[in-house]
Design a protein around this ligand. Structure first.
Ligand SMILES: [Zn+2]
Length: 326
């Protein structure tokens, strides 16, 4: 998720990320959101006879880039059969309704998120409170998904999509309606449940935006993902991770460090700018120690920015653990 005013810094040189990558049976398309490469992805799952499904839709603002990527990967957009979203946030599901209407594609989403895809007005109003007049530039238009094309799913449900087996795993923590999809018992599409890890660095960055961050249920989600023993993780932000266990350990580490640091600042009465500076420092230090370039540090920041992280964690502490604030 990105905040207003971000995108287009003077030293902004995109890393080289191809618009289409083959990742072992699936393709990863780069939405090139706001001109950044390798921050927001969409996955293509091939089916028989040129048919295909998408995992995630990307935001409304990158729909045309995604359609170009689909053609570059060798598919006709008209053969789109289904879109499976991990959750309803605009960078993951913003274009789902438009794709459904245009190509008569089914949209799979956790049952608690389905209403927001049917009628996105409340979701858009709440996003507008965060993004203000940057809404349209960042996210474009979000169309509702027709009821007849909505396929609400729940934990443990086995799906048959174009000859593939996809198991639905409920993975709340980032959002209360977040699911991950396990493809053919091997590849796990994690949405934001396994955080962010971008080309150019191996550092894992937590994705902790308001309003639903819940670190306890997130821990349980990480356990549930572990127990599937996936061969690899496929992160929407951004790409394939072949060492799931090391990745999960690092995610748990940063959840702990970032959340405790914000709590410490809140207890000391720091304002939001000071709290954001804490996150910025922790993130920069980790990336610098990993040898990341300035461009990669910037892409990390816009993908899950410091101010949103502070909003998400403050709300978490105030709502779930008010006793720890004094
Ligand atoms: Zn996201």
């Amino acid at each position: 998720m990105k905040a207003p005013g971000e995108g287009g810094a003077a030293d902004h040189r995109p890393v080289t990320v191809p618009r289409v990558q083959e990742l072992g049976g699936v393709f990863l398309l780069d939405t090139q959101h706001m001109g950044y490469h390798g921050t927001v992805g969409v996955f293509v799952l091939p089916g028989p006879g040129g048919t295909f499904a998408l995992i995630e839709s990307g935001p409304g603002s990158t729909l045309e880039t995604v359609l170009t990527g689909i053609r570059e990967a060798g598919f006709e957009p008209e053969k789109l059969a289904a879109v499976l979203v991990t959750h309803i946030h605009l960078d993951h599901a913003g274009a789902a309704g438009a794709l459904a209407r245009r190509f008569d594609a089914e949209v799979y989403v956790h049952e608690n998120g389905a209403g927001h895809l049917l009628e996105p007005e409340r979701l858009l109003a709440s996003a507008a409170r965060i993004y203000g007049d940057q809404m349209e530039a960042l996210w474009g238009v979000m169309e509702g998904t027709p009821q007849g094309l909505l396929r609400p799913v729940r934990d443990g449900e086995p799906l048959e999509i174009l000859g593939h087996r996809l198991d639905v795993l409920y993975t709340p923590g980032h959002a209360s309606h977040h699911v991950s999809y396990l493809l053919d018992k091997a590849l796990l599409f994690t949405g934001d449940a396994a955080g962010v890890r971008l080309p150019g660095s191996s550092v894992v960055r937590p994705a902790l935006p308001p309003p639903e961050v819940d670190l306890e249920s997130w821990s349980r989600s990480i356990q549930a993902m572990r127990q599937l023993h996936p061969q690899a993780l496929l992160l929407t932000h951004f790409g394939r991770v072949d060492d799931p266990e090391a990745h999960f350990r690092e995610l748990e580490h940063w959840h702990q460090v970032w959340s405790e640091s914000v709590l410490e600042g809140m207890r000391a009465g720091e304002d939001d700018a000071a709290l954001a500076a804490r996150i910025n420092r922790l993130s920069r230090d980790a990336l610098a120690a990993d040898g990341a370039s300035a461009d990669t540090i910037e892409r990390h920041r816009v993908t899950s920015n410091d101010e949103m992280t502070v909003m998400g964690l403050k709300r978490y502490w105030q709502k779930k653990h008010p006793e720890r604030l004094s």
